[in-house]
Design a protein around this ligand. Structure first.
Ligand code: DON
Length: 306
C-alpha cells in the first residue's frame, strides 16, 4: 500500500536524527521519556490507520489539546470568541507575556498559552469547570474511538506545581477583564487539558474531523461545522508552531499543532490526519524529528495545501 510504503520510508530516513534536540524537562513526567521513541501514524478518511514505530505508547499531548478546546469554544461561542482572542501569529514563544501588555490583555491567537487560557475560560463560561474538561475528553475519546485516552493525574499535578508562568499569564489577563471565571478554575482546567494522554494512533484518529469538513467519517457525527474546521486548520497553519509557524508552513505545507511532549498533529484536508511523535524538541519547543518526518512525508506523498 502506498501510505505504508511512504510512512516506513520516512521512518528509515529520520532514524539518524532520533534523539537529537532536547526533551522537555520542566516537569519530571516529560523528562523521563525515551528520547529515541518515534512514531508516525496516518489515519485516512476511510478509517484505516498506517503506523510505524512506537505508535501505541501513550505520551503527553500537551498543547495539541488546544485544538480540541478551541473546537469546543467555537461550538459554544461561534464568531463571538474572537472578541476574547485574536487570530494573528504572535512571532513570540509559546509562553510569552510581553505582547499582552501592549494589546490590552487580548492574546494574539488561541494556540499560544495566553490564548489557550482565554479559550479554556470561554468553554468554562458555558460548560462549567468540570464540564469543560469532560467535554474535551469526550470529544477526543469519541473521535479517537478509544476510552483509554485520559488526563494523566501526575502530569496535571506537575503542571500545577511548575505553572508559575501560566499563572502569571492568567492573572495578567484577569486584570484586563479578559478572563471571566475564577483564575484558579481556569488554570486547573488548563493544567489538566495539557495532561491529556494519548498514543500517536489515538491522536491521528482524534484529528480526523478536521480533515473531513468537521465530521467523524466512521459515524458521520458532526463535531463542528465545515467552515469552522477550515478555520481551525488555518490557525494551525499560521499559529500552530509558535514563532516557528512560518518555518513549519514552509517546510511541511500542512496545518499542524505541536506539543512539548514531542507530538505534532497534522491535517491533510480531504485525505486524513497524521500524528508524528518524537520527544526531543527544537529551540521553539516543537518536535525536531517529528517536524522533519512530516516534511519528508509531505514531500514523498507530494501533498500540501498550497
Ligand atoms: O503550558 C505549558 O507551558 C505546557 N504545559 C504546554 C506547552 C506546550 O505544549 C507548548 N508547545 N509546544
Amino acid at each position: 500500500m502506498r501510505w505504508d510504503r511512504i510512512i516506513k520510508a520516512v521512518h528509515r530516513e529520520v532514524e539518524p536524527i532520533l534523539g537529537k534536540g532536547k526533551v522537555a524537562s520542566y516537569i519530571p513526567a516529560l523528562a523521563n521519556v525515551d528520547p529515541k521513541y518515534f512514531a508516525l501514524v496516518l489515519t485516512t478518511l476511510d478509517g484505516k490507520s498506517y503506523a510505524t514505530g512506537q505508535a501505541d505508547i501513550p505520551f503527553s499531548s500537551q498543547s495539541i489539546s488546544k485544538v480540541f478546546m478551541l473546537t469546543l469554544a467555537l461550538e459554544a461561542w461561534g464568531g463571538r470568541l474572537w472578541k476574547r482572542v485574536g487570530r494573528e501569529p504572535s512571532g513570540s514563544s509559546f509562553n510569552s507575556i510581553a505582547q499582552l501588555e501592549y494589546e490590552q490583555g487580548v492574546p494574539r491567537n488561541p494556540f499560544i498559552n495566553a490564548g489557550a487560557l482565554a479559550v479554556t475560560d470561554a468553554v468554562i463560561s458555558k460548560a462549567g469547570e468540570r464540564g469543560a474538561l469532560d467535554d474535551m475528553l469526550t470529544l477526543v475519546r469519541r473521535a479517537s474511538q478509544s476510552d483509554r485516552v485520559r488526563i494523566n493525574p501526575d502530569v496535571a499535578q506537575s503542571e500545577r506545581q511548575w505553572g508559575h508562568r501560566n499563572t502569571s499569564l492568567a492573572h495578567f489577563m484577569k486584570s484586563f477583564g479578559v478572563i471571566e471565571n475564577d483564575v484558579d478554575q481556569v488554570l486547573n482546567t488548563y493544567f489538566c487539558q495539557c495532561a491529556l494522554e494519548t498514543t500517536a494512533t489515538e491522536l491521528s484518529r482524534a484529528g480526523i474531523y478536521l480533515a473531513n469538513a468537521g465530521k467523524l467519517p466512521h459515524t458521520d457525527e458532526k463535531i463542528t461545522r465545515a467552515e469552522r474546521a477550515t478555520r481551525i486548520n488555518a490557525l494551525m497553519m499560521t499559529c500552530g508552531h509558535y514563532d516557528m509557524s512560518g518555518d513549519f508552513a514552509f517546510r511541511v505545507g500542512l496545518p499542524g499543532k505541536s506539543g512539548v511532549g514531542g507530538g505534532i498533529l497534522c491535517i491533510i484536508p480531504g485525505v486524513g490526519s497524521l500524528c508524528a511523535w518524537s520527544p526531543p524538541l527544537n529551540a521553539a519547543g516543537n518536535s525536531l524529528a517529528g517536524t522533519r518526518a512530516l516534511e519528508l512525508f509531505a514531500r514523498r506523498a507530494d501533498i500540501n495545501v498550497f
